[in-house]
Design a protein around this ligand. Structure first.
Ligand code: ATP
Length: 309
């Protein structure tokens, strides 16, 4: 799947701005971005639900939106709302979706049985979907999205409404599907989920600000992250916030995570430059994580490298 110059305007608002994307087959591809960054809008254009203002999209060899009708049976789509029929049972939900997707009666029975078992819903198949727990609803929604064995699966913040254990469980299912050849495009605002993706695109204000393998993205920030333990973290943070070499400081418990503007500031030089700060500190260089990548990628233009904050 790829897109070039993908743009969506809603009146004066540019929700998605000139986005280029390449998503390899059988890959779990993540979309990371804050609320309103354009993740849902991009996904809806890629699956043919929304017409772009400009740009080209090719999904599974089809030109979208022109050939969107032919795409329908080859993709699955799931959102954080799960879109289940609350007044139908678990089994009826899956049977309905199978019928909509054109499965024969026999195929429906076999496939629904298989999915109920694989998604641990077989002992609840007669329960009304509206009475399921969040995690169970999520499993049912995923089963429903893949009832017709789509080649490509679009998941729009599918884990926002569930607990950490259900999220872990859900990600295991995603990797199972990818191993079996399904391409998965999943949006999230959880860093730990983004870290699991084979590849990742970071969206900010409708712009694609970074993309690549999580390791590539964090690797580029090597030498720029430090953790500081200080007697008075608040006082140390105040001093660091104004430091010309420092891009951002985040307090995590008693520690401060510091992201530098450049990677050529050695630990010693950094320690030296903190000498004037009136509190004892212990500085350690640490491995960059995706949150650091996110901070660098989404910083405001006036804070670009080499310029004053
Ligand atoms: N149909 C619409 N009409 C007008 N503006 C819209 C429409 N759909 C989305 N927008 C706007 O486009 C921007 C991007 O929204 P979008 O839902 O794509 O973001 P998102 O990254 O998915 O955010 P979230 O995580 O909150 O779902 C937002 O400012 C939103 O208000």
């Amino acid at each position: 799947m790829h897109a070039r110059g993908l743009t969506k305007r809603f009146g004066a608002l540019v929700a998605v701005n000139q986005v280029d994307l390449d998503v390899p087959r059988a890959c779990v591809y993540g979309f990371l971005g804050p609320n309103g960054s354009g993740k849902s809008t991009t996904i809806r254009m890629l699956c043919g639900l929304l017409t772009p203002s400009a740009g080209e999209i090719n999904v599974l060899g089809l030109a979208i939106p022109r050939q969107a009708e032919a795409l329908k049976r080859r993709i699955g789509y799931m959102t954080q709302k799960f879109s289940l029929f609350d007044d139908l049972s678990v089994r009826q939900n899956l049977e309905f979706l199978a019928t909509v997707q054109g499965l024969s009666r026999q195929d429906t029975r076999t496939r629904v049985d298989e999915l109920l078992q694989r998604y641990r819903l077989d002992d609840r198949q007669e329960q009304l979907a509206g009475t399921l727990s969040g995690g169970q609803k999520q499993r049912l929604a995923l089963a429903g999205a893949i009832v017709h064995k789509p080649e490509l699966l679009f998941l729009d913040e599918p884990t926002s409404a569930v607990d950490p254990e259900s999220r872990r469980d859900f990600w295991e299912k995603l990797f199972e599907l990818a191993d079996a050849g399904t391409t998965i495009l999943v949006s999230t605002h959880y860093m730990d989920e983004a870290e699991r993706c084979h590849r990742l695109a970071i969206l900010d204000n409708g712009n694609l600000v970074a993309d690549g393998q999580p390791k590539e993205l964090t690797g580029k920030l090597q030498g720029r992250t430090f953790v500081i333990r200080a007697d008075s973290p608040r006082r140390a943070k105040e001093a660091l916030d104004g430091h010309p070499d420092v891009l951002s400081v985040a307090q995590i418990g008693n520690e401060l995570r510091v992201l530098m503007r450049r990677d050529d500031v050695t630990l010693d030089a950094f320690r030296q430059s903190l000498h004037g700060v009136d509190t004892a500190m212990d500085v350690e260089s640490v491995t960059p994580n995706l949150e650091d990548v996110f901070v660098v990628a989404t910083r405001k233009p006036e804070q670009h490298e080499g310029q004053p904050a």
